[in-house]
Design a protein around this ligand. Structure first.
Ligand SMILES: [Zn+2]
Length: 123
């Protein structure tokens, strides 16, 4: 006698009887699972927006300063996260600028410099 194949519900883990391609034991589990995925996607997106906003606030505050460069390590202490940018522009093989919305900056080693409003994105 052949043992029927079984699968388990992605939401509650119960064994699903019937078709083996079913992913959920009922509609409630399906909705709960999908709502959770949507919530996680939204949260991921909001986290990225928060990181970009923090970077932008920090860069914007530095526009007012007269200092020619800043150590990344110091900016990290303020909440700056170098992984979050909105654009990279390559200006030749070794020269590139980074943008966080309309604020551009250069990176060299452990320093950020040439922080300025970008004329190409100015409205
Ligand atoms: Zn279930």
């Amino acid at each position: 006698m052949k043992i029927p194949e079984t699968t388990t519900c992605l939401e509650c883990g119960k064994i699903i009887l019937g078709r083996t391609d079913k992913k959920f034991c009922n509609l409630a589990c399906k909705n709960k699972y999908n709502n959770q995925r949507l919530k996680e996607k939204k949260e991921r997106r909001l986290n990225i927006i928060r990181k970009l906003s923090r970077n932008y606030e920090i860069l914007e505050s530095l526009l007012e300063e007269e200092q020619s460069f800043y150590y990344i390590e110091e900016l990290i202490k303020l909440g700056f996260d170098i992984r979050y940018i909105t654009e990279v522009r390559h200006l030749g093989s070794r020269n590139q600028i980074f943008l966080c919305f309309d604020i551009a900056y250069s990176l060299s080693g452990s320093r950020i410099s040439k922080i300025r409003r970008d004329s190409l994105t100015r409205f």
